[in-house]
Write a protein that binds this ligand. Structure first.
Ligand code: NAD
Length: 334
């Protein structure tokens, strides 16, 4: 049976990078069928809703979505669409690889790590945020559960095993935040004991940040709670040349959404200047997820080869190429 995926073209540079990405995917003969669904400003204009029910139904039916960035209008009481999607589908694992590419201005040439961030609990709770009536005191709660910690750490170990990674580092602050971070670490140790084939390391978050900018090559898979993961995964994107090369997957039991980490880049939208690589790398993660690891690897290798040859690179990478030209150069190396 052909597998269908939901395709969300999004706002700003979204449609341009999605066209480029689907062009490359078509050359790979993935056999995937695309079902277009609207979200973001486009959907607000067409359906009066930033995330229409038909789009949620499409993702629920296909279980896999490739998504371009979306604009959440500022003010007007709109919750972030991305946060709503994570909650709706319980997308508990945010998986962000950071890999050095040739010919970027990054400071390191040897980074190859994956951050696995818990996406649903920790310090990012919607409820329990309070500011006292006099505005002098603010309170926000953090909730960590055994179930939430167990499934994210297990996800990290299973991922490590499936892609041949050797080490998982659990990042925490259990020395100070003994309750929540302490529970996460205790569960991480229990889960790690069930994976004797994979090295387990524990690291306090502040030390981890210093180690990442001094010796990033020592890391393989990092697993951590929501807030630390948010910060660390952006730090890692910075280690390898920034947003144009940073993909991310949001994975749950019943659905998975693959996207570029960057936003809609309104400053360059509609000009053909956007780098399609982040969404292409997200598509490679998607191919791994749908059981096409050979195609995923072909795609990643073609991106590396195109960057090595400095062929048709976009402006953010120091080239003078355009979005579709870059995609065609990548496709020619598949
Ligand atoms: P942004 O990532 O859109 O842009 C930051 C800078 O990076 C800009 O100068 C932009 O031109 C550049 N840039 C981003 N992607 C690029 C690419 N592929 N190629 C070349 N240059 C690129 O961040 P922002 O300006 O803070 O946000 C703009 C909008 O995007 C906001 O409305 C925000 O809500 C939305 N946003 C959406 C998502 C998402 O849907 N996942 C994520 C972040 C921001």
């Amino acid at each position: 049976m052909t597998q269908k995926i939901t395709v969300i073209r999004g706002d700003g540079i979204g449609p341009e990078i999605m066209d480029a990405t689907l062009f490359v995917l078509d050359q790979l003969n993935t056999g995937l069928e695309y079902e277009d669904a609207d979200a973001g400003l486009v959907a607000l204009e067409k359906h009066g809703d930033l995330m229409p029910a038909v789009t949620l139904e499409s993702i629920a039916r296909n279980k896999v979505a490739l998504k371009s960035p979306l604009t959440t209008p500022v003010g007007g009481g709109f919750t972030s669409i991305n946060v709503s999607l994570r909650r709706h589908f319980d997308l508990y694992a945010n998986v962000r690889p950071a890999h050095t590419f040739p010919n970027t201005k990054s400071r390191f040439d040897n980074v190859d790590l994956i951050t696995v961030r818990e996406n649903t609990e920790g310090a990012y709770l919607a409820e329990g945020q309070e500011v006292s009536a006099d505005g002098e005191t603010a309170f926000s709660g953090t909730r960590i559960t055994r179930k939430g910690s167990e499934r994210i750490v297990r996800y990290a170990f299973e991922l490590a095993r499936s892609v041949g990674r050797k080490k998982v580092t659990a990042v925490h602050k259990a020395n100070i935040i003994k309750s929540t971070s302490g529970l996460f670490l205790a569960v991480a140790r229990e889960v790690a004991a069930q994976y004797p084939d994979i090295e387990f390391q524990e690291m306090i978050v502040d030390n981890c940040c210093m180690q990442l900018v001094m010796r990033p090559e020592q890391f393989d898979v990092i697993v951590t709670t929501n807030l630390f993961g948010d910060i660390i995964s952006d730090l890692c994107a910075g280690l390898v040349g920034g947003l144009g090369l940073a993909p991310g997957a949001n994975i749950g039991k019943d659905a998975a959404i693959f996207e570029a980490v960057h936003g809609t880049a309104p400053d360059i939208a509609g000009q053909g200047k956007a780098n399609p690589c982040a969404l292409l790398l997200a598509a490679a993660q998607m191919l791994d997820h749908v059981g096409q690891p050979e195609n995923a690897e072909r795609l990643r290798k073609a991106i590396v080869a195109t960057m090595e040859a400095k062929d048709s690179l976009t402006g953010d990478l120091g080239g003078t190429g355009n979005t579709m030209g870059f995609a065609k150069a990548i496709a020619s190396r598949l």
